[in-house]
Design a protein around this ligand. Structure first.
Ligand code: KIV
Ligand code: NA
Length: 279
């Protein structure tokens, strides 16, 4: 398979072929994603919760993200890799955004960064694209700003709200973003925004009218402990957690019962050698 580049994504967009994106946070999750032929892998800051057990994404820092980006990059042969700039690493100034993004590109070995923010972040996006950093914008529901948004809620549900999302999309496009993630936006709004833009929209909870889709891998593959809250937009394609639990539980059981390891799991020794050893 050929390496996916921004040009590949542009071609898919122009052909009207949906762009596929999934999160990965380490070597195995990136490896499995890349093997399927997925177009793009996102090292999302959602790894704070799904891989590091943090309450939300606000605890994760640039250095954490870079460590995970690098392990994802080692496993990724063809997919285009995007790293999430974590909260606190880009908001202060365009200069801070460029410094953080270049560190993530150079040390994390990703091809693009993603940052949360619309019209208010056009100076940051402009500075990044000028510095040669491809930018994927993220608007609508922006989890890093869950507290100022008043929680995880659908964005653009009113005419005025929808207009804000559209204005944000047009602004980040004008600033040079190559694409925009639309999270938790009514499907009709996302479809209309997609029609108005000349860059791809990647939807999560934004319906089938987007130019592509993204999901968090542990959510869609069912690789999380029972009781985790799943947003409405997640479809579960698997039950990886149950299979891992079944395997570990069977192992524990067999060790306790003396069933594992069996003879076939051991190394033989010539009897003569053992006799001598025993003496
Ligand atoms: O952090 C993440 O996984 C994301 C996607 C859900 C878009 O930002
Ligand atoms: Na994120």
């Amino acid at each position: 398979r050929k390496k996916v580049t921004l040009q590949t994504l542009r071609t898919l967009y122009q052909k009207g072929e949906p762009i596929t994106m999934i999160t990965a946070h380490d070597f195995p999750s990136a490896h499995v994603a890349d093997q399927t032929g997925i177009d793009t892998v996102l090292v999302g800051d959602s790894l704070a919760m799904v891989a590091l057990g943090m309450e939300d994404t606000s605890e994760v820092v640039l250095e954490d993200m870079i460590l995970h980006c690098r392990s994802v990059a080692r496993a990724t042969k063809s997919a285009f890799i995007i790293g999430d700039l974590p909260m606190g690493s880009y908001e202060i100034s365009p200069t801070q955004a460029v410094t953080s993004a270049l560190t993530m590109l150079k040390q994390g070995r990703v091809h693009s960064i993603k940052l949360e923010g619309g019209a208010a972040y056009t100076p940051h996006i402009r500075a990044l694209t000028t510095a040669g950093v491809p930018v994927l914008s993220h608007i609508g529901l922006t989890p890093q700003r869950q507290h100022s948004l008043g929680g995880f809620r659908v964005q653009g549900k009113t005419a005025a709200g929808a207009l804000t999302v559209l204005d944000d999309a047009l602004a980040v496009q004008a600033a040079g973003a190559w694409g925009v993630v639309l999270e938790a936006v009514p499907a009709e709004v996302a479809a209309l925004i997609t029609k108005r833009l000349r860059i791809p929209t990647i939807g999560i909870g934004a319906g089938a009218g987007c130019s592509g889709q993204v999901l968090v891998q542990v959510d869609m593959s069912g690789n999380f402990p029972p009781g985790r809250y799943l947003p409405k937009f997640v479809k579960r394609f698997g039950d990886v957690w149950r299979e891992a639990e079944r395997a570990v539980s069977a192992y524990r059981d067999e060790v306790k019962r003396g069933v594992f390891p069996a003879v076939e799991h051991t190394y033989p020794m010539p009897e003569k050698e053992f006799r001598e050893f025993e003496r």
